[in-house]
Design a protein around this ligand. Structure first.
Ligand code: EPS
Length: 405
C-alpha cells in the first residue's frame, strides 16, 4: 500500500514529498522525474511564475545506484522564487514590514482559509492552497509512473476543451468506442498532445484556442476546460466491489477531484450515459481471438469498481483560474466595503498543466491498486505475482465454466 505526503508553501523555500510503500529494485532517476516536472510547467497561457521556475527534484532518500531501496523516497523541489520572498515568508522572526492581504478573491481559498484557520492575513491561505503544490504531486506521480512501466502500464492525457472550444473530431469518442489502433498506449496520447502548446490533438482547435486565450488575456479574464486521462495495460481485477472504499473508481474520482480547481470528474461516458438508453450505454461482451473482451468501452475500463482490462478513461473539468486581472466584486475585510478583488500574478489558463497533474494522480491510484493486488517487497516478487495471475486468468474462466460439447 503506498502513501505520500507533500509539504511546502508556494513562495516558501521548497516543496517536498515523501512517498512510501514502493518495492525495491526498480530504476528511478532524477532525470526521469524532472521530465515529468517539465511537462507540468508547459502550456500557452501560464503566468510569470513559470518563467522563474525550472522545477527539478532532488532525490534525498530511498534510491541507491539508480534503484529503489523499498524505503521511503524523499524528494525536494526548490522554489527559485524564494529568494524574492525570504522576508515575507521567513519561518523565523519578522524583520521587514509586510503588507497584510485583506481582500479575498472569489473562487479562491482566500476567504474560507482565513475563516477556518483564524488568520489575519490572506497570504497565509494563499500559500498552501496554491496549485504550486501540484509540482510535488507530479514528482510523486513519476515514481508511480516508473513503477507501472515495469508492468507495461502507461498513463497519458490530452486537453479536450478550453473555454467552449471542443475538437471537431473528438478522440474521446474513439476511446469510448474501443476502436483503437492495435498497440495503442496511454503514453502515446501524451506524446502527441505535448507537441501542442495547449495539449490538444486537433490543429484547427489549437489555433482557435490560442486566439481565444490571446483575447481573454487582453480582457484580463481567465479560462477553464476539460481534459481526458487514459491508462492502458491494466489487468482485469484492480479494485473491488466488496466495499465502497475498495472500488477503483472511488479512488480515481477522489484523486482527480483533489486537483486544484477541478470541479467535475467522469469515468467513461458517465454523463452521456445518464441521458441514454441502457442498450446504448453498456459494452457488449464478445470473444475475439479466443479472449473475452467488450465491443466498446463506455464504462471507461471499470465495471463494479473493478478494472475490466480495457483502457481506464477519466475526464475532468477545471474551472477558470480564480485570479482575474479585470477583477469581480468582493469585500475588503478591513473596511467591510465593496471593492474589486485583488490582482495577483497568476495563470490565465492552466488546463494543459492540470491534465499532466491528472496523469500523475491516476498513476498513483493505479500503483496503489497494483500493489494491493500483486504487492511484494521487491519489484521481482511483484512481477512474479502479476505474471502468474495474468497468465492463468483466461484458463481459470474456461476451467470454471466451459463445457466443450
Ligand atoms: C503555480 C504557481 C503559482 C501560480 C499558479 C500555479 O505561482 P505564483 O502564485 O507565484 O504566480 O502561477 O497557481 C495558481 C494558479 C493558483 O491559483 O494558486 C505552479 O507552480 O503551478
Amino acid at each position: 500500500m503506498i502513501r505520500f505526503l507533500t509539504a511546502g508553501e508556494s513562495h516558501g523555500k521548497a516543496l517536498s514529498v515523501i512517498i512510501e510503500g514502493f518495492p525495491s529494485n526498480f530504476v528511478l532517476t532524477e532525470d526521469y522525474i524532472n521530465e515529468q516536472l517539465r511537462r507540468r510547467q508547459l502550456g500557452y497561457g501560464r503566468g510569470g511564475r513559470m518563467k522563474i521556475e525550472t522545477d527539478t527534484a532532488e532525490i534525498l532518500s530511498g534510491v541507491r545506484f539508480k534503484k529503489t531501496l523499498g524505503t521511503p523516497i524523499a524528494l525536494k523541489i526548490t522554489n527559485n522564487d524564494w529568494v524574492n520572498w525570504t522576508g515575507k515568508m521567513t519561518p523565523g522572526k519578522k524583520t521587514t514590514d509586510v503588507e497584510k492581504i485583506t481582500v479575498p478573491r472569489p473562487g479562491h481559498a482566500d476567504l474560507v482559509g482565513v475563516s477556518k484557520y483564524n488568520f489575519n492575513d490572506i497570504r497565509n491561505s494563499i500559500e498552501r492552497s496554491s496549485a504550486r503544490e501540484t509540482a510535488a504531486r507530479v514528482a510523486a506521480g513519476s515514481v508511480a509512473r516508473r513503477f507501472l512501466e515495469e508492468f507495461g502500464i502507461t498513463v497519458g492525457s490530452f486537453v479536450e476543451s478550453i473555454g467552449s472550444i471542443y475538437p471537431g473530431n473528438n478522440f474521446l469518442t474513439k476511446l469510448l468506442s474501443n476502436k483503437l489502433p492495435k498497440n495503442f498506449t496511454g503514453w502515446q496520447l501524451s506524446v502527441k498532445a505535448d507537441k501542442s502548446p495547449v495539449r490538444v490533438l486537433d490543429k484547427k482547435q489549437e489555433a482557435q484556442i490560442i486566439d481565444l486565450i490571446k483575447e481573454i488575456k487582453k480582457k484580463g479574464d481567465t479560462l477553464g476546460g476539460t481534459f481526458v486521462t487514459v491508462a492502458t495495460g491494466i489487468p482485469v481485477g484492480l479494485g473491488s466491489f466488496v466495499h465502497y472504499d475498495r472500488r477503483l473508481d472511488t479512488d480515481i474520482a477522489s484523486a482527480i477531484m483533489s486537483i486544484n480547481a477541478v470541479k467535475g470528474v467522469e469515468i467513461g461516458s458517465g454523463f452521456t450515459s445518464a441521458a441514454s438508453f441502457g442498450s446504448e450505454s453498456h459494452d457488449e461482451i464478445v470473444i475475439r481471438n479466443d479472449k473475452i473482451t467488450r465491443k466498446s468501452n463506455r464504462a471507461g475500463g471499470i465495471e463494479g469498481g473493478i478494472s475490466t482490462g480495457l483502457p481506464v478513461i477519466v475526464r475532468g473539468a477545471m474551472k477558470p483560474i480564480a485570479t482575474l486581472m479585470s477583477p469581480i466584486e468582493t469585500v475588503d475585510l478591513a473596511t467591510r466595503k465593496k471593492v474589486m478583488a485583488r490582482r495577483e500574478r497568476s495563470d490565465f489558463v492552466a488546463v494543459p498543466a492540470c491534465a499532466v497533474i491528472a496523469e500523475s494522480m491516476l498513476a498513483l491510484v493505479l500503483a496503489k491498486h497494483m500493489l494491493i493486488k500483486f504487492g511484494g517487497d521487491s519489484i521481482e516478487e511483484t512481477k512474479d505475482n502479476f505474471k502468474m495471475y495474468v497468465r492463468k486468468l483466461d484458463k481459470r474462466i474456461k476451467k470454471n465454466f466451459y463445457k466443450r460439447k
